[in-house]
Design a protein around this ligand. Structure first.
Ligand SMILES: C[S@@+](CC[C@H](N)C(=O)[O-])C[C@H]1O[C@@H](n2cnc3c(N)ncnc32)[C@H](O)[C@@H]1O
Ligand code: SF4
Ligand code: SF4
Length: 500
């Protein structure tokens, strides 16, 4: 054991939040679920952060133990006991300073070929008891953000959740982005992602990715643009070897119908996939399932087509979701029938057994039982809902520099917290507007929402998992933001089937 190189699990990251520390998963798109928990954040004691910082993957345990012993003023035997507690640990609760910390599994593991990208200095987490804040919930500094680069597309996907009512080109130059990215880096922001619209239709896409790379940010890229070989070579030169391509069918007529493209689109996609293969890119295909492209033959045809590309490692089926930026009629026109959805698992299993080299999976979607069920069933699923990270530890930057809470809220004035061409990230994040939105100031004035009288309002809407603004708007309209999340067991009924 002493001769081993034990490393702080490289899939985890420590967020220094000024007067406390959080542990989060690192870029979750690359997480191996066997070795790390994904999509979580949890408060840890700064002393635990200091302890983990010693395991940088460069030193043997025998070299680290005396340093820990010296730092924590304990014996080397006691230091080893602590190591054993976190070495390939289960999820555990650890009490320290009268506070219980729920820690993720496998904090310390044996060093493998996954390097630790970020290293920490143990003394950076030293802070006095008076300064330490283990109560406040919202992050003092955001941990990640997403750039909505534009809402301009190569295709015109009929099922799209984006707000495309008015065309919005990106109003920032790559130089202006550079300043914001440097600000983000200084603040300790771990991840910046890009969505759209289409990154490759922003004229300075290469310069923007270069600015990001300069600070070691590599956003997840998803596109429907059949990019050419030159563009692929440029991406490769920046260090990329992975991309998501969104492809809904291999049938030209279906694509014409669903994406409004001409019949040559699929040939262009073929060329792009071949070039990606030639230049060593791994590709994930994201396929949105609607009633136009989801029968057995269509899916067979698609996977058979993709089978020619060894570099397509994963095909993800995403059942079309409802969005507050589309009309309900549009959603109903393209939504799959629930009876068809029931067959989907079987079809995917069959495809998976034939095409065993590819990972074929169905992404999660909204289910009827979350919205329409007995109070006890709804309570159970509501308590297990995904946490809303918007304005909690992340934000969205719009094509004009405006900052909002969630991608699907887009340009809605109520949720704009500031603008990054006028203010720094820290100024926007700590602005009155951002805090008032988070702490629900003025939300319940003149409101008849049941949330107003709810005994668990604080743990539900502020200190806990939060509610989903887009769910509320989707169910009760733009003027009823104070209403409960429609998945809450006490929520009024509403008459849209925004689920399967
Ligand atoms: C909004 S797009 C932005 C990036 C790029 N334009 C693209 O299509 O890949 C991100 C992903 O969301 C998918 N998507 C769009 N509308 C959707 C919906 N209503 N339900 C589920 N997925 C959707 C797209 O197909 C794409 O894979
Ligand atoms: S799914 Fe992507 S390409 Fe299609 S319209 Fe939406 S943003 Fe544009
Ligand atoms: S959504 Fe409103 S009513 Fe429902 S639990 Fe939360 S605060 Fe209470």
């Amino acid at each position: 054991m002493l001769e081993k190189i034990i490393i702080f699990n490289p899939y985890y990251h420590i967020h220094h939040d000024i007067n406390r520390a959080f542990i989060l998963n690192d870029n979750f798109f690359q997480i191996d679920n066997e070795v790390a928990k994904s999509e979580f954040h949890t408060l840890i004691h700064p002393i635990q952060a200091s302890f983990l910082s010693f395991f940088d993957g460069e030193h043997k345990l025998s070299e680290i133990l005396p340093k820990i012993a010296n730092f924590l003023r304990i014996s080397e035997e006691e230091a080893l006991e602590k190591v054993n507690m976190f070495y390939y640990n289960q999820e555990i609760n650890v009490e320290y300073d009268n506070h219980v910390f729920g820690l993720p599994p496998n904090l310390l593991i044996e060093k493998s070929n996954v390097p630790r990208k970020t290293k920490y200095n143990p003394s950076d987490f030293l802070m006095t008891k008076n300064f330490l804040d283990l109560k406040q919930n919202r992050f003092n500094k955001p941990n990640n953000f997403t750039i909505v680069i534009n809402n301009i597309c190569y295709t015109n996907c009929k099922y799209c959740y984006a707000d495309k009512k008015e065309a919005r080109q990106c109003q920032l130059s790559s130089m202006q982005f550079g300043k914001i990215i440097s600000d983000a880096h200084q603040l300790g922001i771990k991840q910046i992602d890009i969505t759209g619209g289409e990154l490759f239709l922003y004229k300075e896409w290469y310069e923007l990715l270069t600015e990001l790379k300069n600070y070691n940010y590599f956003p997840y890229i998803s596109t429907k643009v059949p990019i050419n070989e030159q563009q692929i070579i440029k991406l490769k030169g920046l260090g990329y070897d992975f991309i998501q391509f969104s492809l809904d069918s291999a049938d030209p007529l279906t694509l014409t119908d669903l994406l409004d493209v001409d019949e040559n689109y699929i040939s262009k996609v073929k060329e792009t996939l071949s070039n990606l293969q030639k230049h060593g890119f791994k590709v994930t295909i994201n396929t949105v399932l609607t009633n136009k492209n989801s029968d057995r033959n269509q899916l067979n045809q698609l996977i058979n087509f993709l089978n020619k590309y060894e570099n397509v490692k994963e095909v993800q089926f995403a059942v079309m979701g409802y969005s507050i930026n589309m009309t309900y009629e549009n959603y109903m026109d393209y939504k799959m029938k629930k009876s068809k959805l029931a067959e989907l698992d079987k079809i995917v299993d069959e495809l998976q057994s034939v095409y065993s080299k590819k990972k074929i999976a169905i992404a999660g979607f909204s289910e009827e039982k979350e919205y329409v069920a007995s109070v006890s069933e709804k309570t159970k699923s509501f308590n297990e809902r995904a946490m809303c990270s918007g304005n909690f530890n992340s934000f969205i930057m719009l094509p004009n520099g405006d900052v909002t809470i969630c991608e699907e809220l887009y340009f809605r004035e109520n949720f704009i917290m500031g603008n990054l061409l006028e203010n720094t990230i820290d100024e926007v994040w700590n602005s009155d507007k951002a805090k008032n939105l988070f702490y629900l100031k003025n939300l319940f004035e003149n409101s008849h929402s049941i949330c107003k009288e709810c005994s668990i309002i604080d743990e539900c809407r502020i200190s806990g998992l939060g509610v989903c603004w887009t769910e509320i708007i989707g169910a009760y309209g733009e003027n009823n933001l104070s209403y409960p999340d429609p998945r809450c067991p006490h929520a009024p009924t509403f008459n849209k089937e925004v689920y399967y």
